[in-house]
Design a binder for this molecule. Structure first.
Ligand code: SF4
Length: 650
C-alpha cells in the first residue's frame, strides 16, 4: 500500500512505534522553534537537563509576542534568550524582527523536515512541505537535546482541492470555508494533507495561510506537497538549494477525504467570537467598523499587505475607521517601504506597527469598547483583543481593506461595482525577497554572548524528586467542572511577566478560583487537588502544571482530564488520578486524602486501580490511565529528571 506524504516524512524520522493511528510513535526532530513567552522556560529546562549544545539540525529563538517593554522584565527575558541562543547554539531573532512563523518560513523552513515548536501555529511551514507540530516547551527542550518527540499517530485526512480561486476570493477564504464546514474541533487528532489539481494554482504564501489556520481546526498539523511553486518561492528567497520534490504515492490511503472546489469559494468572514462562526461577507454587510488590522502570522506577509496597498492607491480610509498594518516580518516592512507602498498607505490614512504579534494577543491596538474590529488574524476568542466586550471579525486582507475604505463591512465585489475603478488586486510575489538585516537574525556562529545572562526576574527551574513514600495530603482545593489552564495560571500581562520566575508566578496559582490557595499550599507542605470533569482544558501552558508542582501538589483527583494538561501533569511528576462522581461528591475541601498503595511501586508496575483513604474514615478507588513511558516519567519525578537521568546514563 502506498504512503501519504505525512506517512513518508514520519517514516523517515521514526525511532519508535508503528504508523498506526492512535498508537504512540517517537520521531526524530530536525528543527525547533521557540518564541519569547515560552522560550525562557525552554532554555531554563535545557540548562536544567545539563545539556551544553543544541543537537537538532537547526534551532531558532524568536522574540515576537511581547516586544513592548513595560519595565525591565521583558527586556531581561529577551537578553536572556539572546544569551541562551548564543551559549547553546541557536539562531536568535531580535524583538521587532518579526513573528516566529513568518521569519522561520522566510529563512529556515525546508521540505521534508520535521519541526517542533513551542507555539500553537508552528504548523505554518507545512505550506512548503515541512511537517511541523506545536508542543509544550519541555518537549522542545528535550528535542533540542537530541531526544525523540512522542505523539499519538494522527489520522491523515485528504483535503482535495479542485478548480481555481475566482477574483476577490483568497486562501484565507479557503481555510474559513473549512472552518465553516468542520468546526474548531474538526481536525483534532488529524493531519490535513492537501492534494488535487487545485494545489498548483496556489502560491506558497497562500498555502501557508491555510496551514497556519489548520490550528484553528484543532489539527495536529497541515501539509502541502511540493512542486514548481515551492521551488519558485524558495528561489525568490535565494534558498532553492533546500528544495526537494515531495508527493504522496498515487495509491496512498487516507482516513477521510474532503473536497473543496476553489472556484466556488467566495469572500467569507468569521463573526465574533469563534474562528468557525463563518458566513459570506454579504450576510453582515452594513455593519459599522471602527478598526481594521492587517497582519499576524496568518496574513502578515508582504503578499498579504500588498493587495491592501493596491486597493488604497489614490483613495482614503473612511474617517471613522482606523486602519493599522502590522507586518509579519521586518523583511516585509522593509520591502514595502523600499517599493514606496508604505508611503502610499500612510497617505491613505494607514498607521504602521512594528513586526510583532502585538494586537493578536491584546498588546496594543485594543479596540474601543463595544466596537467592531476586522482583523486578518487567526483567532477572535472573546477578550483576546484586550477587552472583554470585543467584537472581532476575521477575514482576508481584501475584505479588511474594503471595510476600511467604506467604513462598514462590505463584500469587496460589491464595493468594486460601486466604485467602478477598484480592481481585484490578486496575489503578487516580489521577484526577490530583500532586506533581512544580519543584526536582526543572529546565526549561532555570530553569537554575541557565550554565557547566560539572567536578570533578577529569571530563576531556575525547580526539579522534583523521584516518586517515593506516601502520596497524598490535604485536599487543598475542590473545584468544579471545566477548570481551564487560564484558571490555574492566568495569562494576563501583569502575571505572565513572571514566566521566568517560577516562585513568584506560583503565587498566582489558581488565584482566579481561590486567592488563598498558593499560600495555603506552601504552608501545608504538600497536598492534592480535587476537580470535576475536563480539568485543565484550554492551552498547552506548562506553567499550569509546573507551578502546582512547585507548591508541593502531589496528585490531582479529577473526574476527567484535558489531554494536553494530563500530559503536562506527567511531565511535572504530579499523579493524575480519575475518580467517579460519587467519590467527587463525597470529598470535601480540607479532607485528608491518602493514596493507600505504595504509589511509586504501583506506578512502575503498571497498576491501574488505586485505593484512596479519606480522613482515615472511608475508602474509594481511583484509576491511573498511563502509557509505559508516562509511568516511567512519573516515577522519575517528571520528564526533566527522567531525561536528565537518561543523559547521565549515556
Ligand atoms: Fe500567535 Fe497571534 Fe503571534 Fe500568530 S500572531 S504567533 S497567532 S500571537
Amino acid at each position: 500500500m502506498g504512503q501519504t506524504l505525512t506517512e513518508k516524512i514520519l517514516d523517515d524520522h521514526l525511532v519508535e512505534g508503528e504508523l498506526t493511528p492512535g498508537e504512540e510513535i517517537g520521531i526524530e526532530i530536525d528543527q525547533v522553534l521557540t518564541q519569547d513567552t515560552t522560550g525562557t522556560l525552554v532554555w531554563l529546562q535545557f540548562e536544567a537537563l545539563g545539556l551544553e549544545e543544541v543537537q537538532t539540525e537547526l534551532a531558532a529563538q524568536y522574540c515576537d509576542h511581547q516586544t513592548y517593554q513595560f519595565d525591565f522584565k521583558n527586556t531581561d527575558d529577551h537578553r536572556f534568550l539572546r544569551s541562551a541562543a548564543g551559549t547553546f547554539g541557536a539562531h536568535f531573532s531580535r524583538p521587532g524582527n518579526g513573528i516566529c512563523h513568518n521569519v522561520h518560513k522566510e529563512n529556515f523552513a525546508e521540505p521534508g523536515k520535521t519541526m517542533l515548536g513551542s507555539d500553537s501555529h508552528t504548523p505554518t511551514p507545512g505550506g512548503l512541505g515541512e511537517l511541523a507540530i506545536g508542543s509544550g516547551g519541555l518537549d522542545v527542550a528535550v528535542a533540542m537535546g537530541g531526544g525523540a518527540y512522542y505523539i499519538e499517530m494522527p489520522e491523515v485526512v485528504n483535503v482535495r482541492l479542485e478548480g481555481e480561486l475566482p477574483e476577490w476570493a483568497t486562501a484565507k477564504d479557503v481555510i474559513l470555508e473549512l472552518l465553516r464546514r468542520l468546526s474548531v474541533k474538526g481536525g483534532v487528532g488529524k493531519v490535513l494533507e492537501y492534494t488535487g489539481p487545485g494545489v498548483e494554482t496556489l502560491t506558497v504564501p497562500e498555502r501557508t495561510t491555510i496551514t497556519n489556520m489548520g490550528t484553528e481546526l484543532g489539527a495536529t498539523s497541515s501539509i502541502f506537497p511540493t512542486d514548481e511553486n515551492t521551488k519558485d518561492y524558495l528561489s525568490r528567497l535565494d534558498r532553492e538549494d533546500v528544495y526537494e520534490e515531495l508527493q504522496p504515492d498515487d495509491d496512498a490511503e487516507y482516513s477521510d477525504e474532503i473536497v473543496v472546489d476553489l472556484s466556488e469559494i467566495e469572500p467569507l468572514i468569521a463573526e465574533p467570537s469563534m474562528p468557525d462562526n463563518v458566513v459570506p461577507v454579504g450576510e453582515v454587510a452594513g455593519t459599522d467598523v471602527e478598526q481594521v488590522i492587517i497582519g499576524s502570522c496568518t496574513n502578515g506577509a508582504y503578499e498579504d499587505i500588498l493587495p491592501g496597498a493596491k486597493m488604497l492607491e489614490g483613495r482614503n480610509t473612511d474617517k471613522k475607521t482606523e486602519m493599522i498594518v502590522a507586518p509579519g516580518s521586518k523583511q516585509a516592512s522593509e520591502m514595502l517601504a523600499r517599493q514606496g507602498w508604505t508611503a502610499e498607505m500612510m497617505a491613505a490614512g494607514v498607521n504602521f506597527s512594528e513586526a510583532t504579534c502585538g494586537a493578536c494577543i491584546g498588546i496594543g491596538h485594543v479596540p474601543a469598547s463595544d466596537s467592531v474590529s476586522l482583523r486578518t488574524f487567526n483567532r477572535n476568542f472573546e477578550g483576546r483583543s484586550g477587552i472583554e466586550d470585543d467584537n472581532v471579525y476575521l477575514c482576508s486582507p481584501e475584505v479588511a481593506t474594503a471595510a476600511a475604505i467604506k467604513g462598514e463591512i462590505v463584500d469587496p465585489r460589491d464595493l468594486a461595482d460601486e466604485l467602478g475603478d477598484l480592481e481585484a488586486p490578486g496575489l503578487e510575489m516580489p521577484d526577490e525577497y530583500t532586506g533581512n538585516s544580519e543584526s536582526d537574525l543572529i546565526a549561532p556562529d555570530e553569537a554575541v554572548d557565550d554565557d547566560l545572562i539572567k536578570g533578577p526576574n529569571i530563576g531556575d527551574v525547580p526539579l522534583k524528586d523521584p516518586l517515593e513514600g506516601e502520596v497524598g495530603g490535604e485536599a487543598l482545593l475542590k473545584m468544579e467542572d471545566n477548570i481551564t489552564t487560564d484558571h490555574i495560571i492566568p495569562a494576563t500581562q501583569d502575571i505572565l511577566m513572571y514566566r521566568s520566575n517560577v516562585p513568584k508566578l506560583s503565587e498566582f496559582t489558581l488565584s482566579r478560583v481561590d486567592d488563598t490557595f498558593a499560600e495555603r499550599a506552601l504552608e501545608s507542605d504538600g497536598g492534592v487537588l480535587v476537580a470535576g470533569e475536563n480539568y485543565g482544558q484550554g492551552s498547552s501552558r506548562e506553567h499550569a502544571a509546573l507551578c502546582p508542582m512547585y507548591l508541593g501538589i502531589e496528585s490531582v483527583l479529577a473526574q476527567s482530564f484535558a489531554r494536553i494538561h494530563k500530559a503536562n501533569l506527567f511531565n511535572f511528576g504530579i499523579v493524575p488520578l480519575e475518580i467517579d462522581e460519587d467519590t467527587y461528591d463525597k470529598i470535601e475541601q480540607g479532607d485528608d486524602v491518602d493514596i493507600v498503595d505504595d504509589v511509586a511501586e504501583a506506578v512502575r508496575s503498571g497498576q491501574e486501580e488505586f485505593t484512596i483513604r479519606v480522613n482515615d474514615d472511608w475508602e474509594a478507588s481511583a484509576s491511573l490511565d498511563a502509557s509505559e513511558r508516562e509511568r516511567e516519567i512519573l516515577a522519575a519525578g517528571g520528564k526533566l529528571p527522567h531525561t536528565k537521568k537518561q543523559h547521565e546514563e549515556g
